[in-house]
Write a protein that binds this ligand. Structure first.
Ligand code: ATP
Length: 297
């Protein structure tokens, strides 16, 4: 018997970053939207904890205990006083180290899969607690839809969304390390007064109304300058999407994936074609959101 859970990627339609706190973390106002690009995590009983992975980026996924899926299984097992004797297989479609919360998705997916496989019957609150221990983006991977994350991004308020938003994603060669991007953010903002991060009313209104043009005018990512500073070539990718009619072009989270908000599926095809033809990215994906969070298949 095995359990498979499907978990979506995310795009940040707003990522407001405060100054570095004494503990090194940053306060965030993070508006997440789950999009239809998925990893699947399958949990099967085994003699001991084991992780395998398939997919185009599989070679870049750690298969040891540092994998967020393995850590999720261990945390759930520890809470319920049992052994994490499970084989976790990840069918990976979310780009690795791409700023789309792929590792977080696998953490949330493994947690839900093990919960179902072991019949632990953990409450939603308990699962969300474990997610928050695993990482700032993990609770959102469980919840999906759209949400505002505050604190380090892990305190979530579910947001209403009045329609479907169409996106094109350009995948870049290699990844960008999230800590390195925050380090660059700290360097670029050193000596400046960084305002307290706050959710933008315009972003929330546009999401609620399902208004793509309104959302395009309001999206923002405070990590974009840092990601571009570490990877200047992303500017050409952003320009190609803009030139092909994207309503908004931005770096996804900490990058190096770039995200293009478009009016509809037809516009998505046009922007995708232009990006593929430009040679400025490794691969292009089209996805819409919001979609539900982690679900048992
Ligand atoms: P975020 O958007 O949350 O900042 P990301 O999408 O940029 O994250 P991930 O794909 O989550 O980045 O991977 C970041 C690093 O985490 C990888 O380079 C890898 O070493 C490690 N990692 C741990 N578990 C996983 C996993 N299941 N899948 C991918 N990477 C993982």
């Amino acid at each position: 018997m095995s359990v498979t859970v499907r978990v979506p990627a995310k795009v940040n339609v707003q990522l407001a970053v405060g100054g570095a706190r004494p503990d090194g973390f940053h306060d965030l106002a993070n508006v997440f939207l789950a999009v239809g690009l998925y990893d699947e995590v399958t949990a099967t009983p085994a003699d001991s904890l084991r992780v395998t992975c398939e997919g185009p980026d599989a070679a870049r996924v750690p298969l040891d205990r540092t994998n967020l899926a393995a850590r999720a299984a261990e945390k759930l097992a520890a809470r319920y006083g049992r052994r994490a004797d499970v084989h976790l297989h990840i069918a990976k479609d979310i780009p690795v180290a791409g700023g789309m919360a792929g590792g977080s998705a696998d953490g949330a997916g493994a947690l839900l899969a093990c919960d179902a496989l072991w019949g632990t019957g953990a409450s939603r609150e308990e699962l969300l607690d474990i997610c928050a221990e695993l990482g700032s983006d993990v609770p959102f991977s469980l919840v999906g839809g759209a949400a505002l994350g505050t604190g380090r991004g892990e305190r979530l308020r579910v947001l209403e969304v009045g329609g479907t938003f169409h996106w094109v994603f350009a995948l870049a060669d290699g990844g960008l390390s999230t800590p390195a991007v925050y380090g660059e953010f700290d360097r670029l903002t050193a000596g400046a007064r960084v305002p307290e991060p706050a959710a933008s009313d315009e972003v929330l209104k546009a999401l609620a109304a399902g208004d793509a043009a309104g959302l395009a005018a309001a999206v923002s990512n405070d990590l974009q300058a840092a990601a571009l500073s570490l990877r200047p070539s992303l500017a050409s990718t952003l320009a190609v999407g803009g030139g092909a009619g994207a309503l908004a072009s931005l770096v996804s989270g900490s990058g190096p994936t770039t995200a293009f908000l478009v009016q509809d599926a037809g516009a998505a095809r046009k922007v995708a074609e232009a990006l593929v033809g430009s040679g400025t990215c490794r691969a292009v994906r089209v996805a819409a959101g919001p979609v539900p969070g982690a679900v048992v298949l």
